[in-house]
Design a protein around this ligand. Structure first.
Ligand code: ADP
Length: 360
């Protein structure tokens, strides 16, 4: 097991003139045994960063340490990391048993019997003990991914690296495997990096999230920190589903006016605003309330555009009646509350639930 340290890591692809900066000056300390999730939109540099840790890609600048060892010059095998990929990457002509034992046979001088014992143990852990004689083609996607995970476990590596391992599975299986990977990581305590673009995986799996956009670190924090205290508008919009709503506004003395929402600046808001005269106000769908009548002077009159019933909750898309805010915004209400399209109501958010960011 090992900690991982990235020091000012940058990766450029292509010629210097029109190079793509896939990873932009990222520094990160990951503790021994930690489960860290790299999250961000497609193309944000998650896989490249993981591949740099694996030794499958060489950074253009910066240093990578695993434990105390500088590993810049080491290939993947010498780094003692085990990777699990989206496409499983199993050998189609080998049995499950052979797939799981192959790495050990190549890299250790353990006896046949010792290898068999370790493979059996890992297979039991993954619930595939009865499939050892099958070939991958005879298995479902979920079973194949269990084999890929089993193969990683059996190597007993310093670090697990998982790149979107669940994205080829159906929704139900993804939920099951999510829980299993969490349990496994917890039981084994192996430092784990996990790449995903999936909200739910990000919120439920890691000890900490590393949020990336255009190769740049946006925020490093627990899932709840990123959700409740997003460092910037990008993180606020990316973490949470449906996304936070944003309204542009101006600060005038002690008052903030954002597309019809009016607030007297509280101390917290004042310190968030700093010396800016224009800000973006963010509010999550679940933090809005709807009322038949105006509320506290800070509600906005809206028309119900679309109602999306989800069961216990509904998402309601609202269009402001009387102002320049052209876009609809979305609020979450109790699914049992009657509401119909075309209805006019007032939407409001408590000042304590308002987030403030740099103006767009
Ligand atoms: P993510 O995993 O977040 O989807 P990637 O790390 O795959 O992002 O890619 C980050 C950026 O680097 C993208 O713009 C991508 O097109 C580019 N990129 C990744 N790999 C290569 C490569 N081998 N050659 C050129 N560009 C690449």
């Amino acid at each position: 097991m090992a900690s991982i340290t990235l020091d000012d890591v940058t990766k450029r692809f292509g010629e210097s003139g029109d190079a793509v900066v896939a990873v932009d000056d990222v520094s990160l300390d990951i503790e021994d045994g930690e489960f860290v999730v790299f999250v961000g939109p497609s193309g944000s540099g998650k896989s490249t960063l993981m591949r740099i840790v694996a030794g499958l890609e060489t950074q253009s600048e910066g240093d990578v340490f695993i434990g105390d060892a500088l590993v810049n010059q080491l290939g993947p095998r010498a780094r003692d990391v085990a990777m699990v990929f989206q496409n499983y990457a199993l050998y189609p002509n080998m049995t499950v048993e052979e797939n799981m034992s192959f790495g050990l046979k190549m890299s250790t001088d353990l006896s046949e019997a010792e290898i068999e014992a370790q493979v059996t143990e890992a297979a039991e852990m993954m619930g595939i003990g009865n499939l050892l004689d099958n070939t991958p083609g005879e298995l479902s996607g979920g079973q194949q991914q269990r084999v890929a995970l089993g193969r990683a476990i059996v190597r007993d590596p310093n670090v697990f690296l998982m790149d979107e391992p669940l994205s080829n599975l159906d929704a139900k299986l993804r939920t099951t495997m999510r829980t299993e990977i969490n349990r496994l990581q917890n039981d084994l305590g192996v430092t784990t990096l996990y790449v995903t673009h999936d909200q739910t995986e990000a919120m439920t799996m890691g000890d900490r999230l590393v949020v990336l956009n255009y190769g740049e670190l946006q925020q490093v924090g627990t899932p709840l920190e990123c959700f409740y205290r997003p460092a910037n508008r990008f993180v606020a919009g990316f973490i949470g589903s449906p996304s936070m709503n944003f309204f542009e506004g101006d600060v005038d003395g002690d008052r903030l006016a954002c597309d019809g929402f009016e607030y007297e600046l509280s101390e917290r808001m004042r310190s968030n605003v700093g010396d800016r005269s224009a800000v973006t106000l963010g509010a999550r769908p679940e933090d809005f309330d709807l009322s038949e009548t105006p509320v506290k002077g800070n509600s906005v009159e809206v028309t119900v555009d679309v109602v999306e019933p989800m069961g216990s909750i509904s998402y309601v898309y609202l269009r402001p009646v009387d102002q320049s805010h052209e876009d609809t915004f979305v609020v979450e209400i109790d699914g049992k509350r009657p509401i119909s399209e075309g209805e006019q109501v007032y939407a409001y958010v408590e000042p304590t639930d308002v987030h403030l960011f740099d103006a767009n």
